[in-house]
Design a protein around this ligand. Sequence first.
Ligand code: HEC
Ligand code: HEC
Ligand code: HEC
Ligand code: HEC
Length: 397
Amino acid sequence: MLWALAAVTLALTNPLQVSAGDEEQPVARHYITAPSAPMTQTVEQADAKSAGCKSCHSSTDAWTMHKTDAVVLGCVDCHGGNAQVMAPAGLSKADPAYARLRDQAHVLPRYPKAWNFPSSANPKQSYTLLNREAPEFIRFVNPSDYRVARESCGACHTAEIQAAERSLMATGTMFFGGASYNNGIVPYKNYILGEAYTRDGKPARVLSPGSPPGTVTDAEKKRGAIATLYPLPTWEVTSPADIFRVFERGGRNIGTQFPDIGLPDETGQLQRLEEPGRPDIRQSNRGPGTGLRVAIPVLNIHKTRLNDPFMWFLGTNDQPGDYRSSGCAGCHVVYANDREPRHSLTYAKFGRDGTSASADSTIPRDEPGHRPARGDPGAQHPQDPPERPVHLVHGHQ
Ligand code: HEC
Ligand code: HEC
Ligand code: HEC
Ligand code: HEC
């Protein structure tokens, strides 16, 4: 495990690569949170919340993302935005008035550069961008992101949201548990770490649905159920049992001060010079969070899960297998990993490059970063059992 993790991490460390959005200062905006989608409403009420949107988005695969007419929703119920902004018929996309109206109707990002605004293609390698972005904008680009799914889907799918948030595909507990125990970050064999965030992107604790929440019965415990999951701690407070210290320089003279890595005469005492050419025989004297000032295993597991994100983040959008969205859409708005019909079934014909084949003519079709169609997140599951979706979730490192 240790060596496997080390190899993965060294292969990925590219100091020149900065995350999308680094350096960019947030644009100050006044956000209006749209009311949550209601469980029931009249068709007229719903239509009023789609009117302006449809003046540009004049065709689509499924108006509510659900193919059945039984689901009555307006665009704003899920996405937010201003449905009163109307584009006059025949207004050209190239007209500056078109862009103005689009921006009045849409919710705009805090970090336009990171999102390549106004492109609707998801950016490559967005890493933690969703945790910094405004929840209103996240809801606009992906109403099913877990930070906002209660607002867009909660009236009808609270049970699925709660189950999805606790799922391994969201928390990554297996990964955090294995990597942290095997690498000496925490001394527990029972897994306690997992990934989750609040609406505004702060680290969150996950509680079991027990009574009271955060408890499990003895029988559940025996089956391996976990009562509480905590976010990964920061490196300053993790244990010193840091096996990656074998990479640090030891030497003949181990002082009581912070080690000065690679300096042959750190004390300035001539008689205590390190002898050149002799192997380093001991580890450095570094305590937790001192010396090198990083805990390599903690850094490694952060990097690994950001390069291969779970459902709280967008796919990395840089290669086939990684063009998925976050949240429910990450699985239910399907695209193909490859063009082989035996793997990708009905999705194979859309290709594997994350291009759109949506009936919505506003969405460019020649760029990666989209899902092929926006139909029903459900009806995209072909109904014939052998054609149930293969898990096209992410490519593993
Ligand atoms: C004046 C025209 C116009 C209006 C009005 C409009 N849109 Fe759009 N919308 C566009 C265009 C054009 C794009 C594609 C931008 C691109 O990728 O170049 C788009 C993209 C989007 C996207 C994808 C955004 C992303 O970054 O992933 C969503 C979601 C969306 N629109 C929803 C809405 C909703 C909801 C409304 C009504 C509240 C609305 N739009 C009103 C023109 C419009
Ligand atoms: C049930 C909630 C829901 C409703 C209602 C809804 N959408 Fe969406 N929409 C979504 C989800 C979820 C996605 C997928 C986001 C993703 O893949 O990241 C999406 C995606 C989109 C996209 C992005 C497509 C792309 O290829 O990037 C556009 C544009 C859009 N919706 C417009 C609309 C318009 C216009 C309406 C109203 C006619 C509407 N939506 C109604 C939930 C909804
Ligand atoms: C990791 C992938 C994944 C994610 C994320 C996911 N789902 Fe699913 N979901 C599935 C699969 C696969 C099925 C089909 C299961 C089956 O056929 O037995 C399914 C089935 C469903 C069903 C049908 C349930 C039934 O009893 O037939 C609903 C409703 C649903 N999902 C809603 C959601 C919602 C809402 C979210 C987000 C909160 C979500 N899903 C997130 C993979 C996912
Ligand atoms: C107004 C209530 C309502 C809202 C809001 C709503 N849904 Fe649904 N959803 C339904 C109903 C009802 C069905 C079952 C439709 C059917 O059986 O044909 C359904 C079905 C689904 C399925 C189908 C699973 C399957 O294969 O059968 C998925 C996935 C899903 N919804 C996701 C979402 C997501 C994601 C959101 C929020 C962005 C959302 N829904 C918002 C009512 C809603």
